[in-house]
Design a binder for this molecule. Sequence first.
Ligand SMILES: C[S@@+](CC[C@H](N)C(=O)[O-])C[C@H]1O[C@@H](n2cnc3c(N)ncnc32)[C@H](O)[C@@H]1O
Length: 207
Amino acid sequence: MWYDVFSLFYDRALEDLYAPFRPAAVEALHLADGDAVLDLPCGTGQSLSGLTEAVGPGGSVLGVDASGGMLRRARRRVERAGWSGVTLRKARAEDVDAALVEAALGRPHVDGVLCALGLTALPDWEATFERLFGLVRPGGRLVLFDVVAAERTAATRSVELVARADFSREVWRPLRAAADDVERTDLPADPKTFGGQLYVAAGTRPA
Ligand SMILES: C[S@@+](CC[C@H](N)C(=O)[O-])C[C@H]1O[C@@H](n2cnc3c(N)ncnc32)[C@H](O)[C@@H]1O
């Protein structure tokens, strides 16, 4: 799969750009000590450091990705850091359900879901959004960290090509329809570099 190839240079090419903005996505999850959080797609584990810190030593983080190459790097990151609360699973987003979460974490729901640079890259993204939102416990949060390009520039096309993404998708819209309190915050990132506007959108699952 292309993402196995992409995993070979993803962090070297891009992580210095994204890293400064990732804390805003983790903060928007409103996680507490002992919480469980799903990171999908987890890529090479770029968000794991912030997530493990947010849930503390008693919490758990489940990272899921379909690419073996991405997961290998995520595993290496977890081993190097010695994070005992992190579980990684290879699965397609289309197949992630409460049974997978329960098998990995011992509970079918999570306190938060982070979908970072995910819904613009995943197939059948609207169905995936519904499934992910259904995995959040009532009162828990789903956070999107993604890019939208209202105007399609050469930068948009080149980032889309490398990331196999579609930045015309307004992926926060189903979240806005499903939760009452959705906020979309544009991040101070140069659209020329990111191929569009980088933002965080977050909402709470109604009780
Ligand atoms: C643009 S990268 C984002 C990675 C990471 N979340 C980040 O913030 O940098 C998209 C990720 O989606 C994963 N992916 C692509 N199709 C997938 C699918 N059908 N199911 C699960 N993961 C998938 C890729 O392997 C890749 O890690």
